[in-house]
Design a protein. Structure first.
Length: 460
């Protein structure tokens, strides 16, 4: 269903078209929708929620897959991409020389993340006061809003460390928000995802069968990841298993070239592109038809693939310019085109096998961890792992995550950070620019100037 259309945004109420002002500066809109909105029908409330997804995809930052998105910028700060963008703001990511005045950090990551959180909070408030809605739709939309709030907080806390936890729309309160300890941000993320899992549909009926709005299993998959990041191994294993065992909806695609198609069997949650003439921004930005203008794959990543790995064969392509080969991600096959055949992948089943394998390993269930690892390896036409000790299996698992999840949502950057591997892996590669404090991005200077309760991360 194409109800996330190019003409949808003008239909939305002003609160959902809020400009890219700093979240701490957002004042009450003329309609006072932030505190007093009442949805009068399922359609009006749904338009507000769908409008948020459309905003995500019409941007070039945060969730869009564009040149200033989480995927692109974290790929530069990690060891996935080589930078060819002449903009010094992009080069600062590649050289790990970020400053608190870098507008990519401020506008495209911090500000956008909080804009979507603000929208989610406004929708939750509106649903509480609504009349004329069915209970089922109200539950679905509350679940979606809480999912989006949790999802954005997850990335903000991982990119910046302690961040303001924003669960309301009161601009005066938000403008003076302090940094909340990461443990408390994660606690709210878990609460929101649990609520979402209990409220959301078990299928994709609210998006016409397309996998472009979160359902119960998207919340469950995100919970599995969050539990893994917080060291709750048992719950991570439990939640990942719930998704993996739902074979009615989800299966690994045996043909790697079909994984990133719209509504693939592996997709748990995708975002539908909204830019006319294009499929995904990942495809538009990654696929090279000439000399790179933004990024190409880092030779370090290319060298890490094992011989015969079908991901290397099917998910990477190259172009030769003046005798020089440039390699690029080819998970998405379409650079431009009006007919939508690819959606931007946010959550997919393969990650759940890797989440479960890591949790099982931490629980000392080595045979199960090895079995899950081999599911992903065998899908890539690789033999079973030869690792058989906990240390070796963990190393093999991190390697498998690198090969499977490259150029997806900063997975590599966050894996290195959460496993304390950044200094070991990135230190020699990024020398002399690398510092241990680079694992967190700087809090934007303009935010600290506007909010006296915000403090800066070490090293900036």
């Amino acid at each position: 269903m194409k109800w996330i259309s190019y003409i949808l945004l003008p239909l939305l109420s002003p609160i959902f078209l809020i400009s890219c002002k700093k979240f701490v500066e957002v004042s009450v809109p003329p309609t006072e929708l932030a505190s007093q909105n009442v949805f009068t029908s399922d359609a009006s409330a749904t338009a507000a929620m769908v409008g948020t997804y459309s905003m995500m995809m019409s941007s070039i930052g945060f969730a869009s897959g564009g040149v200033r998105s989480i995927t692109q910028l974290t790929g530069l700060t990690a060891d996935e991409f080589v930078n060819f963008n002449t903009d010094p703001l992009a080069e600062a990511f590649y050289k790990n020389e970020l400053t608190a005045t870098n507008s990519y950090v401020d506008v495209s990551l911090w500000n956008e993340g909080y804009k979507y959180i603000y929208n989610a909070n406004a929708i939750i408030n509106g649903l509480m006061n609504s009349t004329g809605m069915t209970d089922s739709t109200k539950n679905q939309l509350e679940g979606e809003a809480k999912f989006v709030r949790a999802f954005c907080h997850f990335y903000l806390v991982n990119l910046f460390g302690d961040v303001p936890l924003i669960t309301a729309t009161d601009y005066k309160t938000n403008s003076l928000a302090s940094r909340t300890p990461s443990s408390l941000v994660y606690a709210q993320i878990i609460t929101d995802l649990k609520d979402a899992a209990s409220l959301l549909s078990v299928d994709y009926r609210y998006s016409g069968g397309e996998r472009i709005r979160p359902n119960k299993w998207a919340a469950t998959a995100m919970l599995a990841r969050v539990y893994l990041y917080t060291g709750d191994w048992q719950d991570a294993e439990t939640q990942a298993t719930l998704v993996i065992e739902n074979t009615t909806l989800y299966n690994l695609n045996t043909d790697l070239n079909t994984v990133f198609l719209k509504n693939s069997n592996e997709a748990i949650w995708q975002l539908m592109p909204v830019q006319p003439g294009y499929n995904t921004q990942e495809g538009e930005t990654f696929i090279l038809t000439g000399a790179p203008q933004n990024t190409a794959l880092n030779p370090v990543l290319l060298a890490a693939f094992e011989a015969g790995d079908q991901r290397r064969i099917n998910w990477i392509d190259s172009i030769t310019i003046n005798g020089q080969d440039f390699y690029f991600p080819f998970k998405y096959k379409i650079q431009t085109g009006w007919s939508l055949s690819e959606y931007s992948m946010v959550l997919r089943l393969a990650e759940q096998y890797l989440v479960r394998a890591e949790a099982e390993l931490e629980l000392n269930d080595l045979p199960s961890a090895e079995a899950d690892l081999n599911v992903i390896r065998n899908r890539a036409a690789l033999p079973n792992t030869t690792a058989n000790t906990k240390t070796d299996l963990m190393s093999a698992l991190m390697h498998e995550r690198q090969m499977e999840l490259f150029s997806e949502w900063g997975q590599r950057w966050l894996d290195l950070k959460r496993n304390n591997l950044s200094d070991q892996i990135l230190g020699p590669l990024k020398s002399p620019g690398w510092q241990s404090t680079d694992t967190l991005y700087p809090i934007p200077k303009v935010e600290i100037t506007n909010d006296p309760n915000l403090t800066q991360n070490p090293g900036y």
